[in-house]
Design a protein around this ligand. Structure first.
Ligand code: ADP
Length: 481
């Protein structure tokens, strides 16, 4: 069953239930109120009659009570009879003048005669049910007689029934439009609630089908609006990731294909050229083949390292190491490549640097990545006299933490990195503009430095300028125990 149908049925039933419960409660309360009011009226009638009877006895004025009895009969439709009986059981006032001066002999009357307080009895008179309410007439502390009023229960019940019927009709007249309006409101509410959910479901379906540029319209700032907003953010991120993935796959494919094609073509050349061709260009060709094989193996190493770092499977081989020898190795390794691009590699090494406990091979890999990037992103021969790459180190003491660090920086005079990309450059697959490569080198480097307990960052060597870049990383100085 659809959510919309479920919501509609549920809210519809709820509205009907609430409306009818309130109506039933109103009718019940009204019935109670009316019954109570009838009783109060009966009591006040009998009390008034007792008061007038008392006055008439004190004033010895029979006419007074007779007049009163005649008037109450006319004003109160439910009164069947009213009478005043003296202590000798003689009727001294009655709504039926024929019964005046007669004796009370019926069992109800005899019982009523003995009452000490308001006393009620119900009995049948023909088809009519009568409620006989009696009360003593007290003059001082002395009982001077009894007043009795007979109420027709049938008339009372009919009046009550008619009043309740009218109330019921009124309630129905009010309830039906309220229920209809409530149901309409519920339908509108259900529609507005399920519309964004439907849009979200539709959006998710499209994303699952690979349409990652899907966007859903967001309205309002409620939870559903926020969910839709988050959904759109997620879709944008997924799209970015997808682009990144495509970009990465094409870069990896390119980086795999180009050295492989080079190797294949040089091997073919040598096979086709025979011994003479081998004698002429053999060594040079083999060097090219070896360089391409190294490129391939570096790419595969990078991919493997990234995978290992992500799964936490990389382990450091920590040894006390002379960091200067690592720096010099890297400078030497890239000297020829730099020279080809008319770039000078300089080292500014501090004599204060102690031996540090590091994984020498991994730190060499970090430095090699930074230096090779610097060569890659420094145009040949610029600035006049050629570009420069400076590798420097210094000993830093953090007095607060009582910790010493070796701080190593690689500064170049190359194209630099735009300020807005400085923070993201260490993330996986991140490359600035359309440069070649997998965007894994700095990700791996930053992870290796973090594994050593150090930090890595990049900045512009000249504050405010976009020229050149300066990568710095720290390595804590600790003993190898
Ligand atoms: P890759 O492994 O593909 O070389 P890196 O993670 O090492 O990727 O570098 C990511 C990106 O950072 C590069 O594509 C480049 O845009 C930028 N970058 C890195 N080093 C430098 C540098 N020295 N000068 C300018 N841009 C750089």
């Amino acid at each position: 069953m659809k959510l919309k149908t479920k919501f509609s049925i549920f809210s519809g039933l709820l509205i009907i239930l609430v409306a009818f419960s309130i109506s039933a409660l109103l009718i019940f309360v009204e019935e109670k109120y009316l019954t109570n009011e009838t009783k109060q009226k009966q009591l006040s009638s009998i009390n008034n009659l007792a008061r007038v009877a008392k006055d008439s006895i004190i004033r010895e004025d029979d006419l007074m009570i007779l007049n009163y009895i005649n008037t109450i009969r006319k004003t109160e439709g439910s009164i069947s009879y009213a009478m005043v009986v003296n202590n000798e059981s003689k009727i001294i006032a009655h709504t039926d003048p024929l019964l005046l001066r007669t004796a009370v002999e019926d069992p109800i009357g005899i019982k009523a005669q003995t009452c000490k307080d308001v006393f009620m009895q119900t009995y049948k008179k023909g088809n009519e049910e009568i409620i006989d309410v009696a009360s003593p007439v007290m003059v001082g502390n002395k009982k001077s007689g009894v007043v009795r009023v007979g109420f027709s229960k049938t008339i009372i019940d009919n009046t009550l029934k008619n009043t309740l019927d009218t109330i019921r009709k009124h309630i129905i007249v009010v309830t039906i439009p309220v229920v209809i309006l409530g149901l309409l409101g519920a339908l509108i509410f259900v529609h507005t609630m399920t519309k964004p959910i439907k849009a979200l479901a539709q959006g998710s379906k499209l994303i699952a089908e690979g349409k990652l540029d899907t966007k859903i319209k967001t309205k309002g700032k409620d939870e559903l609006g926020l969910l839709a907003e988050q959904f759109n953010i997620m879709a944008v991120k997924l799209n970015e990731l997808d682009e990144l993935k495509r970009d990465f796959v094409s870069c990896v494919t390119h980086d795999l294909r180009s050295p492989l094609s080079a190797i294949e073509s040089y091997v073919n050349d040598m096979l086709e050229g025979g011994l003479k061709e081998f004698e002429r260009n053999g060594i040079e060709n083999l060097n090219i083949i070896r360089n391409n094989a190294v490129r391939l193996s570096r790419l595969i190493d990078n991919l493997l390292d990234a995978a290992k770092l992500e799964s936490g499977r990389i382990e450091l081989d920590l040894k006390l190491t002379n960091i200067h020898s690592v720096i010099n190795d890297v400078a030497k390794l890239f000297a020829l490549y730099a020279e080809d691009k008319k770039i000078t590699i300089k080292s500014k090494l501090s004599e204060l640097i102690p031996g540090i406990v590091i994984d020498g091979d991994k730190i060499r890999q970090v430095l090699a990545n930074l230096v090779s990037n610097s060569i890659k992103f420094t145009p040949s021969g610029v600035p006049p006299g050629g570009g420069t790459i400076t590798i420097a180190d210094e000993l830093i003491t953090d007095t607060e933490k009582n910790q010493r660090f070796v701080q190593i920086s690689v500064t170049d005079t190359g194209i630099g990195i735009p300020a807005e990309n400085l923070d993201e450059i260490f993330s996986k697959f991140t490359k600035v503009s359309n440069t070649k490569g997998t965007g894994l080198g700095l990700f791996i480097s930053s992870n290796i430095i973090e594994l050593h307990g150090g930090k890595i960052w990049v900045e512009s060597p000249v504050p405010g300028s976009t020229k050149g870049s300066k990568f710095t990383f720290t390595l804590p100085v600790k003993s190898n125990k």
